[in-house]
Design a protein. Structure first.
Length: 207
C-alpha cells in the first residue's frame, strides 16, 4: 500500500470528540445550584418581608406569634396569627380575638370570647378563655375602641422561624454566612474564567 493511500486512510479516521474536564463540569453545576439557591432564598425573604412588613400597612391586618399552648390544638406555640379589624359592635361569643389584657404586663393575648356585656358608656366588657384552659381568664377586659382584631387565619410555625431570625446571634450568623457566600461566589467566578482561558488553545499551535 502506497504512502498516499495510508495518508488517505488516516485522514478518513474519525477524530475523538474533546472531553470536558470533570472538575469544570462540577464547578459549572455548583455555580448553577448556588445561583438557584440564592434566587430561592431571595424570593422567600421578599415574600416574608412583603407579608410581614408591607402587607399590614396596605391591607390593615396584623400578625403576631403565639407564645403559649393555651389555644392548642387550633393555635400552637410558634404559629403566626393573622388578625383583621372588625366592628366591636359585631363581636360575638365564640369569636377568637387578639387584645391587650388589663393586668400584669398588658401583653396582647389571643383567646376566645366567652361573655360580652354592653356598658352604659358605650364600651363593652368581655371575658375570654384559651381553648386548652379549663377556666376563663382571671380578668375582665374593657374594649373602648370601635374595632377589635379577630383571628382570620393561622400560619403554622412561621412565627417561630421569625423569632429565631430576630435573635441577635442568628442575625450575626446570617451576616457572616452572606459575606462568605459572596466571597465563595466571587472566587468560583474567577476560577471559572481562569480554567476557560487555560482551555482555549490555538489549534495552529498543535502539531
Amino acid at each position: 500500500m502506497s504512502s498516499t493511500t495510508v495518508a488517505r486512510h488516516r485522514a478518513a479516521e474519525p477524530t475523538a470528540a474533546p472531553q470536558v474536564a470533570a472538575p469544570a463540569v462540577r464547578r459549572s453545576l455548583l455555580r448553577r445550584l448556588g445561583s438557584l439557591l440564592a434566587n430561592l432564598i431571595s424570593l422567600v425573604c421578599l415574600v416574608a418581608f412583603l407579608g410581614i412588613a408591607v402587607g399590614p400597612h396596605l391591607f390593615h391586618y396584623r400578625t403576631s406569634t403565639m407564645l403559649t399552648g393555651s389555644m392548642a390544638p387550633g393555635i400552637n406555640p410558634g404559629d403566626m396569627v393573622v388578625t383583621m379589624p372588625r366592628p366591636t359592635a359585631d363581636l360575638q361569643v365564640g369569636d377568637v380575638i387578639s387584645y391587650q389584657i388589663p393586668v400584669e404586663d398588658f401583653r396582647v393575648e389571643t383567646h376566645r370570647v366567652t361573655s360580652i356585656k354592653h356598658q352604659a358608656d358605650g364600651s363593652i366588657a368581655i371575658t375570654t378563655k384559651g381553648d386548652a384552659n379549663e377556666n376563663d381568664d382571671p380578668w375582665v377586659a374593657v374594649i373602648n375602641s370601635d374595632t377589635v382584631y379577630e383571628v382570620q387565619t393561622v400560619v403554622p410555625e412561621v412565627g417561630a422561624a421569625i423569632r429565631v431570625l430576630r435573635a441577635p446571634v442568628v442575625q450575626h450568623g446570617i451576616l457572616w454566612v452572606a459575606l462568605g457566600g459572596v466571597l465563595v461566589l466571587g472566587l468560583s467566578m474567577i476560577w471559572g474564567k481562569k480554567s476557560v482561558a487555560e482551555g482555549d488553545e490555538d489549534p495552529r499551535e498543535k502539531s
